[in-house]
Ligand binder design. Structure first.
Ligand code: PXG
Length: 464
């Protein structure tokens, strides 16, 4: 199968015609893209026949692994029955309705808050645009149109549309689009490694970091703040796991000022942290929950928002027509694949696996990487994990930003048969949830080898 792919020809056409996301086009053209041609289980193959253990699940999404015939069959059957119909003009389709009911059943109620409703999109970015629309509409309908400001965090990732990138806290993205759009504010992230004071415990830091939200609310004016948006664990920002004290204090603050809480679970839902939805793990009470990616294990695009009763009842009872939606809201094929994907996760008890023995094994083995001379901290939460590469382990001194040590390590990972993502010098993974202990051992072994090779480079290039 691999021999049929003409790598040079694909690379040539690729550089001539395909503008890749988040890519330096000229640079990529000079190197040529890596052509991925096949996936099976937790591995992918490139066009040169090289097998790689995909510790990033594609891009945080292939939670049930590659090559699942049931998902292809579900798509095929739905395409033959009804490939598309819109859900605009008082119509629905069967998979979209069944999936909405299924998601509502999977999202645990918290206190008096229930998640009985879903608004569909095709991606995380669109879903967060929908969140902005719904939050603004909610406050307008309650007669508080001055509540416009949504507070987010530096280094957050909420997508790449104008609203998504504005909500996100990536300075590089803001710089290229005259962003953020008005009425978005940012606070610091709860990144213990970077921001804790000398001698401060994780728990102390967690409370202090959460109170940056309170300070921002007061600075903006409490009556002007509409919502706070955050990822349960920051993903694209480098797998930043908040201290245990962070979310309870955030909850206290959003309750105190009555502002809406948006939990962006595009990465963290569907078993990634050991639960169907991640707010359950941390025990907070969001009003809106963004999802995408692993709802279909990435096999086809689908996203959406779980709309809690607090918002849903206002939109339903007072709202009249909501002037917002997408051609593909509730796409029948995407929803049919999602239903089958969820059925697989239920059958194989993937959230329970991650929450249980396998998840603990993964966490233990990953933490062992912290013993490596290059690594200052290695932690996992469910099936996401991150480590930080440092110049001086004892003093936790970082490398010069321009040294590109994370990229050196990423290249060794690729060449060594394991796909890891580098965020600066943080090396992160989010592997498929179907891994066995043997596969976890294989992955940790490959990462360790890549770290050894990186250390060698650091020493020979005099970066240390
Ligand atoms: N919210 C979160 C928390 C995400 O992680 C989005 C929204 C946007 O989703 P879409 O489907 O519009 O891409 C994401 C996406 C990376 C990386 O480099 C992460 C994402 C996307 C692209 C790259 O880690 N997350």
């Amino acid at each position: 199968m691999n021999s049929k792919v003409d790598t040079r020809r694909i690379q040539q056409l690729d550089s001539e015609h395909f503008l890749h996301p988040f890519t330096d086009f000229k640079d990529l053209a000079s190197r040529g893209s890596r052509v991925i041609v096949r996936g099976e289980g937790i591995h992918v193959w490139d066009s040169e026949g090289r097998r790689m253990l995909d510790a990033m699940s594609g891009l945080w999404c292939v939670n049930v692994g590659y090559g699942r015939r049931e998902l292809a069959d579900a798509a095929h059957a739905q395409m033959m029955t009804l490939p598309f119909y819109n859900s605009f003009f008082q119509t629905t389709n069967v998979p979209a309705t069944l999936l909405a009911a299924k998601l509502a059943a999977l999202a645990p109620p918290v206190g008096e808050r229930r998640f009985d409703h879903v608004f569909y999109s095709s991606s995380g970015s669109e879903s967060n645009d929908s969140n902005v629309r719904m939050v603004r509409r909610y406050w307008d309908l309650l007669g508080q149109p001055q509540r416009k400001v949504i507070i987010s965090r530096r280094n957050a990732y909420h997508g790449s549309t104008m609203a998504g990138a504005s909500l996100g806290g990536m300075s590089g993205m803001h710089a290229q689009g005259d962003l953020p759009i008005p009425n978005i504010e940012h606070i610091e992230q709860p990144y213990f490694f970077e921001l804790a004071r000398d001698g401060e415990t994780r728990d102390e830091f967690g409370v202090r970091a959460a109170r940056w939200l309170e300070a921002k609310i007061l600075a903006v004016g409490a009556d002007k703040v509409a919502a706070f948006i955050a990822e349960p664990v920051q993903g694209a920002g480098g797998v930043i796991i908040p201290p245990d004290t962070y979310w309870p204090e955030i909850q206290r603050i959003v309750d105190r000022y009555g502002i809406l809480l948006i939990s962006d679970e595009v990465i963290c839902a569907f078993g990634r942290l050991g639960h169907w939805f991640a707010y359950e793990k941390f025990g907070y009470k969001p009003d809106l929950v963004t999802f995408a990616k692993a709802v279909t294990s990435g096999y086809v695009p689908l996203g959406g928002v779980m709309v809690g009763d607090r918002v849903a009842q206002v939109l339903i009872d007072k709202g009249g027509e909501f002037n917002h939606g997408y051609t593909y809201s509730g796409h029948p094929v995407a929803c049919a694949v999602a239903l089958e994907n969820i059925a697989i996760m239920e059958r194989e008890q993937l959230p329970e696996q991650v929450r249980g023995e396998i998840g603990r094994y993964f966490g233990r083995r990953f933490a062992e990487l912290g013993e490596h001379p290059l690594v200052a901290s290695a932690e996992a939460c469910g099936f996401v994990a991150g480590l930080i590469l440092v110049r001086d382990k004892k003093n936790k001194t970082l490398f010069d930003e321009n040294a590109g040590v994370g990229m050196i390590c990423r290249t060794h990972c690729f060449n060594n048969g394991v796909i890891m993502r580098a965020v600066g010098d943080r090396m992160i993974i989010a592997p498929p949830l179907v891994m066995t202990t043997g596969e976890i051992d294989e992955m940790i072994g490959l990462i360790r080898q890549a770290l050894d090779l990186t250390l060698k480079d650091v020493q020979t290039q005099g970066l240390a």
